[in-house]
Each structure stands twice: as C-alpha cells, then as structure tokens.
Design a protein around this ligand. Structure first.
Ligand code: ZN
Length: 143
C-alpha cells in the first residue's frame, strides 16, 4: 500500500567528511550528533574502496561485495529515519572508475572515505520508524 506523510524542511547542514573514515559510520555519527532523526542526504566525492550490497528478492538476503580500488562518488543519495530508537542512514551509491564505468548499490560498512562533500536536510514531521516487513523481508517504514 502506498502511503505518504507530510514533512517539512527544518535545517540544512553542509560539510566535508573526514579522510579515511567509514562513510556509513561517519554519516550516521553526524546525524546522531546533530540530532537528525528524519532527513534527506546527498553527497559527492571519492572513496578509497567500496563495500556495497544488493538485496536478493527471492532469498531475502543482502549479497555484499567489495570493490577494492579508488572510485568517484558520482552520486550518493539517501535518507535518515528511526530504527530501534536510533537514527538510521539508508543510502545508495553510484561510483565511477577512471574509465567512466559505474558501479552501484546499497551503501554498506567498509566503504572508506577519500573525500566527501555532503548536504543533509533535516526534516521535521511525524517519526518514520523502521519495522520488519513480512512481504519483502526488509525493515521498512511503518506507515
Ligand atoms: Zn538500500
């Protein structure tokens, strides 16, 4: 069932993430520190190596993969909502190599920042809480 809730823009944060840190951990840390419990994320930059995942819709399991080379972050897009009472960042990445080939997937722990310019839009409105979804096996927003 499609369901939408109205949210409003509260605040914008724009900055640079630290070299050598884990990309997902660092975005999550920023959200926790700035008390962002609902939001929208976008970023560009580069990674030293990447770890991403693709969800298998038949087995209901993520398949994780590592790309052990420097890559451009052509696009990072994601959101922040609540899982088990804490801000949870859900982000997808498109990465490009030096021949312009693109790789993409669900951002997983193990992606190391080379440089990253990020914009986070903090939103206000009803809480978006992730709960186990029977149909997909994912933790989706309980609407
Ligand atoms: Zn995902």
């Amino acid at each position: 069932m499609t369901a939408l809730k109205e949210v409003n823009s509260r605040q914008l944060f724009m900055g640079r993430l630290a070299y050598g840190e884990d990309l997902l951990d660092e975005i999550t840390a920023v959200c926790t520190r700035e008390n962002i419990r609902l939001g929208r994320i976008e970023a560009i930059g580069a990674v030293q190596r990447a770890r991403m995942a693709c969800y298998n819709q038949k087995t209901h399991e993520y398949r994780f993969f590592t790309i052990d080379q420097p890559l451009e972050i052509a696009q990072l897009t994601g959101n922040v909502s609540i899982r088990q009472g804490q801000p949870m960042v859900h982000a997808h990445l498109t990465l490009a190599d030096d021949a312009g080939n693109a790789y993409g997937g669900h951002l997983a722990p193990g992606t190391v920042i080379f440089a990253c310019e990020i914009i986070i839009e903090a939103l206000e409105g009803p809480e978006f809480i992730r709960e186990f979804d029977e149909e997909t096996g994912l933790t989706l927003w309980h609407m």
